[in-house]
Write a protein that binds this ligand. Structure first.
Ligand code: GDP
Ligand code: MN
Length: 351
């Protein structure tokens, strides 16, 4: 078995951990986590692993976001876990909450139909708020304006391989705009009209000029593994980068193409009438408006968020069980990594 040595397209020796992280010349980047007070222990677990594997070597600042005030206990706990700078940001109501123009009758009908389809979290308004916030609001917060790059971190995730280079400098050094670890199919019933609305957006005015000639179009539209999905989504494969781990150049989201795209999607109200996730919204935006060569699979980062792993071939990954994707469950059926590799990167031996 060959071990992987990633990344291959950059002189990694230039971005190794510094001798003294305290005086290190970092990228303008922050680790960002939207989180609730009650998730303190779950987040502590994620942070301990991330500090050990990466951040104690680089000391990138953390930004914790919440629409409720963080408790003193929560703040002290987070500060105790790192030597890096730690910031706590309160999300204003007008950013977080459901907009006033959402039609409550349409919303009720939408939720009922989502519940009938068994779409998770569909009757939790807070979950809809979260998806809308991560789709189109976090990168506009005044407290994040000083940063160009961000990495998203969630409670209860695992990082189980050493990361011995600066992942933010890797993005800036290569000019890449986005990095992910896991790519999946989504529940098609949660995004019934996301793709048709996307097409409507592209057909308005000169919006089609935002399309990148080297977009990841097949990732968003292929139907080889699940031909039935197109009937529900109007042509969207539902393939998406799983956004609970993502590293992004926020200037992509702040740019004209994605900003106008989000504004259009938001104007439909369907973050509430349907249950569009931030992952498919980010992924469609990236696939349409970014150069696919600027989207990076962090193959080398061992990562787990229930129930999926990114499991590199590495001596540190013995505990990470690729058997999760096996004949006894249908998780493999939900893996879209093959589609990404085969259609968008030119790797031809995955099927
Ligand atoms: P899942 O991964 O789709 O099951 O969703 P999660 O429950 O993990 O939520 C995604 C992220 O948003 C996590 O970091 C949560 O802590 C956070 N989150 C979800 N809902 C809320 C909320 O109402 N308030 C706050 N402050 N954070 C939330
Ligand atoms: Mn989660």
């Amino acid at each position: 078995q060959k071990k992987i040595h990633e990344p291959k397209d950059f002189n990694i020796e230039k971005i190794r951990p510094p001798a003294d992280p305290a005086t290190y010349d970092r990228e303008l980047a922050s680790i960002v986590s939207l989180v609730r007070n009650r998730e303190m222990h779950a987040l502590e677990s994620s942070m301990r692993e991330f500090e050990e594997k990466f951040n104690s070597k680089f000391l990138y600042p953390y930004t914790f976001l919440n629409e409720q005030p963080f408790s003193q206990k929560f703040k002290e706990k987070m500060r105790s876990l790192t030597k890096a700078e730690v910031n706590f940001v309160h999300i204003p109501n007008e950013v977080w909450r459901k907009p006033f123009d959402i039609d409550t009758l349409k919303e009720k009908e939408g939720i009922q139909s989502l519940l009938d389809d068994g779409v998770g979290y569909s009757d939790m308004e807070s979950y809809h708020n979260m998806c809308r916030f991560y789709s189109g609001a976090f990168y506009k917060l005044p407290e994040l304006q000083k940063y160009r790059y961000y990495m998203r971190m969630e409670p209860d995730v695992k990082f189980f391989t050493d990361i011995n280079y600066d992942i933010f400098k890797y993005l800036s050094g290569t000019g890449k705009v986005y990095g992910f670890t896991v790519a999946l199919y989504d529940s098609p019933q949660s995004v019934r009209t996301l793709f048709p609305e996307t097409i409507k957006f592209l057909n308005e005015g000169n919006n089609s000029e935002y399309l990148h000639p080297r977009g990841a179009f097949q990732f968003t539209t292929e139907s080889r593994q699940h031909p039935e999905i197109h009937k529900i989504t109007g042509g969207y494969s539902t393939c998406h980068f799983w956004s609970n781990f993502e590293i992004a150049d926020m200037d992509f989201f702040r740019g004209e193409a994605y900003s106008k795209y989000f504004e259009y999607l938001d104007s439909t109200g369907k973050f509430y009438y349907e249950r569009w996730g931030d992952a498919p919204v980010h992924s469609l935006g990236l696939s349409l408006f970014a150069d696919k060569l600027k989207i990076h699979w962090f193959q080398d980062i061992g990562y787990f968020h229930f129930p999926y792993y990114n499991c590199p071939n590495n001596e540190q990954t013995k505990g990470c069980n690729n058997g999760q994707f096996d004949e006894f469950n249908d998780l493999a059926n939900q893996n879209c990594m093959g589609t990404w590799l085969h259609f968008e990167t030119g790797v031809k031996d995955v099927y």
